[in-house]
Design a protein around this ligand. Structure first.
Ligand code: UDP
Length: 336
């Protein structure tokens, strides 16, 4: 298989590229290195079948060329991370919608299969847990830039399904729930690498809000497995799938687990949302996927236990911290 990955130097993209190269597939990744990093794929450079291009997924001629030369495009390039989104809503909306449009328009020329990455954020404030793909979405007001991310990804989904129905482009939409693992940086606010880093430095572990909010953390290896199984499943075409773990934890429990795993003396502190993000920030209390659609279609569901995930992430952050030069004050490119 010849696969084109937008955002291929990012966290999920680099794991996907690595898996495909190991399978003997041909992979071309495109990344503008805004949140991705060459460090994530440096071990793949020079391996048979692996190519990379540094450029933007908004560059239509480039995207068109790369979509044309692949069998499948996996579109992961996006503005990600809640902090980035709250701080840069214009960039978020323009990147997320513009890049998806560029990929779909290119795919329409020769009816190439596109996997479009979406997010559990699209369920918004819904309290109807677990979330199923056919549930209503419940977003907050446009005056809160936090919802710009969810809305831009929901529009990406609509655009994908519109291209499918109107222009015959085969698409698969995947809604990733909280996906974590080695190589994820805490720089954009993601909780698990942040906690691991704080614990390893014996600094306060910052739980935002009450810490009673819960999430289900899935291993990036499982996210990649789910995505690749869907690509091989003809009935997945023109459908939307949740991909995530169903093992739920509160954020406070997560902080405690990380502290134990890191052997840390860190204090666990709470930080008001207004301080952590912006005044009026709305968080979701619970976010749990229903993955029966994924399992029904592919026979697979993410099962890596949270203990193993926490172990992997703490070990990864430990390695990164050991590789950093304290004098320079700033961590190595892929860490935060
Ligand atoms: N969070 C936290 N401390 C941090 C970073 C995040 O308590 O240092 C919380 C955040 O408010 C949210 C949860 O952890 O309730 C998950 O945050 P993340 O940004 O990883 O993903 P989200 O679920 O918001 O997409």
């Amino acid at each position: 298989m010849n696969v084109f990955i937008t955002g291929g130097c990012g966290f999920i993209g680099s794991h996907l590229a690595e898996r495909l190269v190991a399978n003997g597939d041909r992979v071309t990744v495109l990344d503008d290195l805004s949140t991705g990093s060459m460090d994530n794929v440096s071990h793949l450079v020079g391996r048979p079948g692996f190519q990379y291009r540094i450029g933007s997924a908004l560059d239509r001629p480039l995207v068109s060329e790369l979509v044309d030369s692949a069998d499948v495009t996996v579109h992961l390039a996006a503005a990600v991370g809640v902090r980035l989104i709250v701080e840069n809503p214009v960039h978020t909306i323009e990147t997320n919608v513009g890049a998806t449009e560029a990929v779909l328009a290119a795919a329409a020329k020769k009816q190439k299969l596109v996997v479009v990455a979406s997010t559990s954020e699209v369920y918004g404030k819904s309290t109807r847990v677990p979330f199923r793909e056919d549930h209503d979405l419940q977003l907050g007001p446009t005056s809160h830039s936090r919802w710009a991310y969810a809305c831009s990804k929901a529009l990406d989904e609509w655009l994908s399904l519109a291209y499918a129905h109107e222009k015959g482009v085969p698409v698969i939409v995947v809604r990733f729930f909280n996906t974590v693992g080695p190589r994820q940086t805490g720089r954009y606010g993601m909780v698990l690498p942040n906690f691991a880093r704080q614990a390893l430095r014996n600094e306060p572990i910052t739980v935002y809000g009450s810490g009673d909010q819960s999430r289900c953390f899935g291993h990036v290896r499982d996210a990649v497995e789910g995505l690749l199984r869907l690509v091989q499943t003809p009935t997945a075409i023109n459908e939307v799938f949740n991909i995530g773990s169903t093992e739920e934890t509160t954020i406070r429990q997560l902080a405690e687990r990380v502290r134990v795993e890191a052997g840390s003396t860190s204090e666990i502190v709470t930080v008001p949302y207004a301080e952590a993000y912006a005044a009026g920030f709305e968080d979701m209390l619970r976010r749990v996927p229903d993955v029966s659609k994924l399992e029904g279609a592919t026979g697979f569901r993410p099962r890596t236990p949270l203990d193993e995930i926490v172990r992997d992430v703490v070990a990864d952050q430990r390695t990164r911290l050991a590789g950093e030069t304290p004098m320079r004050g700033r961590p190595a490119a892929a860490a935060s």
